[in-house]
Design a protein around this ligand. Structure first.
Ligand code: IPM
Ligand code: MN
Length: 350
């Protein structure tokens, strides 16, 4: 019996999580997956009410669960950073979820803004390092608020951290039946210390994977190619900050934030699954946002927990729902209710 901690959090998080759970329940029943969910009241509302963000007592409980299912973090009345740092990054760092896995896949029936590109062209996965780089929080400020102020924010790259994410990406490239290719995305021409470490590590680890085609690319060029030639990519591995940026671009080419899901993975520990989109406070409670990304995240979670059949069934149901044309353009103006979209996907689980 799996224990799944559910953290709906802020904005539209609770609505999309409810649909993900609805679909997951149907798939789990069909494939004999047994689980229990425990919901946690975490997020902006709790912070405003009690001043607590993510108490250590909750972290201790979460450390005992098999996976975490998260909605979205961010509240208009809470200063930026408090919840992002205090919830999302605390979970990623606290549970050493060093892989941020972000599939970029255009499903049939979904519109991409890219001209002349279709589902056969847009199908890759970004493996984003999730515990280091500029997200590590190293640095400081001096003479803040004065004309002489100084701010330093340092990117941290450890050999161990670099090696483990690159190895994970090679393994994914091996498992995927596509081009057997891994592209290491960096800015080694400018970040000559940290990204030199990345390049050397890529070459060294790459020697263990002679069956995988290995390429280096600069992040700015990759932004161009994601748009111009997305078919060139199979698996991409990159640093935390670059991964953050290029996966928003990736989400757009796969049809928007309404479909982009992700897993924050610690292969030996507690992993967390979430849609990439934010809390979208202005749509909160309106039943208008697409739950597809959250549903896909639930599928990734099933697969991670050891039920690839249930995970695949969820993805297939999403594909059928999208292909049916009944979900419109997935935007908030599609006229399709969040709950209706969830019902449709749930009804298509085979
Ligand atoms: C994401 C988000 C987060 C990040 C924010 C909310 C801290 O943008 O998951 O991509 O930067 O990682
Ligand atoms: Mn982001």
């Amino acid at each position: 019996m799996y224990q799944i901690a559910v953290l709906p959090c802020d904005g539209v998080g609770p609505e999309v999580v409810a649909e993900g759970l609805k679909v997951m329940a149907v798939a789990a029943e069909k494939y004999g997956v047994e689980y229990e969910t425990v919901e946690y009241d975490i997020g902006g509302e709790r912070y405003l009410r009690t001043g607590e963000v993510l108490p250590d007592s909750v972290m201790a409980e979460l450390s005992q669960c098999d996976a975490i299912y998260l909605g979205a973090v961010g509240h208009p009345d809470v200063p930026p950073g408090v919840l992002e740092q205090g919830i999302l990054l605390k979970l990623r760092f606290g549970f050493d979820q060093y892989v941020n896995l972000r599939p970029i896949k255009l499903y049939p029936g979904v519109e991409t803004p890219l001209k002349d590109k279709g589902p056969e062209d847009i199908d890759f996965v970004v493996v984003r390092e999730n515990t280091e780089g500029f997200y590590a929080g190293m640095g400081g400020q001096l003479k803040r608020g004065t004309p002489d102020e100084v701010a330093v924010q340092t990117g941290i790259y450890t050999r161990k951290g670099t090696e483990r994410i690159i190895r994970y990406a090679f393994e994914i490239a091996r498992k995927r039946s596509k081009a057997k290719q891994l592209t290491c995305v960096d800015k080694a021409n400018v970040l000559t210390h940290g990204h030199d470490l990345w390049r050397r590590t890529f070459v060294e680890v790459g020697q263990e994977y002679p069956d995988i085609k290995q390429e280096n690319a600069f992040v700015d060029a990759v932004c161009m190619w994601f748009v111009k030639n997305p078919e060139w990519f199979d698996v991409v591995v990159t640093t935390n900050m670059f991964g953050d940026i290029i996966t928003d671009l990736g989400a757009m080419i796969q049809g928007g934030m309404g479909v982009a899901a992700s897993g924050n993975i610690n292969p030996e520990g507690v992993s967390m699954f979430e849609p990439i989109h934010g809390s979208a406070p202005k749509y909160r409670g309106k039943d208008v946002v697409s739950p597809i990304a959250a549903i896909c995240a639930a599928g990734m979670m099933m697969e991670h927990l050891g039920s690839p059949e249930a995970g695949a069934a969820i993805e297939k149901a999403v594909i059928s729902a999208l292909a049916s044309g009944k979900l419109g353009d997935l935007s908030t103006r599609s006229g399709v209710r969040t709950t209706e979209a969830g019902d449709l996907v749930a009804s298509l689980i085979e």
